[in-house]
Design a protein around this ligand. Structure first.
Ligand SMILES: N[C@@H](Cc1c[nH]c[nH+]1)C(=O)O
Length: 378
């Protein structure tokens, strides 16, 4: 027999949110959704769980073993809890909203869950909020997505934002073009580039050595772009001209208060993104608080359509106090005037009504009480 579970104990990586953080979380999600709604993105609420089979087919990033799964006694099939809502939005766009005109702008917010936590973030359940444009992955779509993500964070009060651009499919693209690599070498080259390990990249041989310049094309945006351009006129033989122009166009409208960096070979977290990806960082936070980029949405007929989007993971912001709002709480004695109380709520007061003579305004966290028609500070 296993030991009884202590009441209140939750599985590792899962946690309840209590006041005031639960309210802060809802408020922050609301602010992001309001910002994107202002740009024409309409809300969808995908199901919390789906058939494992269809979810995995859409998520290159999550193999079945990374998902929290259970056999559904009703359908007798394996269900999985969503680890990322982007794939679900893609499914909705490709099926039930297949005939809705493109570009289709959709937004979403809700909890997602993965089987295992990573080192940076011990939690397995996270809040995800984001927006997707389905039907195009153009430079214009990238400009919109990056800027809407920045606007949403700024509206939530986040400062010291850094956007790190990447080209997730860069190495396979060059390997299939001007800088040939055997298919067995591609992964090895990518791994060396991930580790920024010039020494062992060179050791891989002549073909791999040509990729050395990409390690230097990393860092503050403008300097790194110059090195990427030099790499392009050199070993890449101009194959990146369009990519470079696109990155410059995406960077151009971004305000000076945002730090831009480039890490062209970064692919961690970009398992399904294609020509463009970006990570969002904020000063004082370890790891990224958001991510986005271009990808393909699979249609049921085997074709696919381009898309572009971003997701934010606001939990660390909430833990740091973003979204907090100190509400003014007003105690309403048993015999209070409900009309006056309603009026004060409209003015922004939070009212806490007495349910018995024993209720104490201070114990209930009130800073004032209603005496007749007047507010009296406590
Ligand atoms: N959902 C992706 C980010 C993304 C949204 N749209 C495109 N990419 C992630 O969380 O990593």
């Amino acid at each position: 027999m296993t030991d009884a579970i202590a009441p209140g104990l939750l599985p590792e990586g899962l946690a309840d949110r209590l006041p005031p953080k639960a309210e802060a979380s809802a408020r922050l999600v609301r602010e992001v959704l309001d910002t994107v709604a202002g740009h024409g993105y309409r809300r969808v609420m995908p199901a919390l769980a789906e058939f494992e089979e269809t979810l995995v087919a859409r998520l290159q990033s999550a193999a079945a073993e990374d998902l929290l799964r259970a056999v559904d006694p009703v359908s007798q099939r394996t269900l999985a809890i969503r680890p990322d809502m982007t794939a679900q939005v893609g499914r909705i766009a490709a099926t039930r909203m297949a005939s809705t005109p493109r570009p289709l702008r959709l937004c979403y917010g809700g909890p997602v869950m993965k089987l295992r936590a990573d080192q940076l973030r011990p939690e397995r359940e996270r809040m995800q909020v984001g927006a997707e444009i389905i039907g195009t992955d153009s430079v214009a779509a990238a400009v919109e997505i990056v800027n809407v993500a920045i606007e949403a964070l700024q509206r939530a009060g986040v400062q010291g934002i850094t956007i790190d651009f990447t080209l997730p499919d860069l190495v396979p693209t060059l390997a299939a073009g001007p800088m040939p690599l055997a298919s067995s070498e591609v992964e090895a080259v990518q791994a060396r580039l991930d580790a920024k390990d010039a020494g062992s990249l060179v050791e891989l041989g002549e073909g791999a050595r040509a990729y050395l310049g990409l390690i230097e094309a990393t860092g503050p945006f403008h300097a790194a772009m110059e090195r990427l351009e030099a790499f392009d006129t050199g070993p890449a033989q101009g194959a990146l001209v369009d990519r470079i122009a696109a990155l410059r166009a995406i960077a151009k409208p971004i305000g000076w208060d945002i730090t831009l960096t480039l890490d062209p070979t970064e692919r961690h977290g970009f398992e399904y993104q294609s020509w463009f990806g970006f990570s969002v960082f904020a000063e004082g936070f370890i790891g990224e608080i958001g991510r986005g980029g271009a990808y393909q949405v699979a249609r049921p007929d085997g074709t696919s359509e381009p898309a572009m989007g971003f997701s934010l993971y606001p939990d660390p912001l909430i833990d740091a106090g973003f979204g907090a709002e100190s509400a003014r709480r007003l105690f309403l004695p048993l015999d209070h005037d409900p009309v006056r109380a309603a009026e004060l709520r409209r003015e922004g007061w939070v009212t806490v009504a007495a349910l018995s003579r024993d209720d104490d305004p201070q114990v209930l966290g009130c800073e004032a009480l209603l005496a007749g028609q007047d507010i009296r500070a406590l």
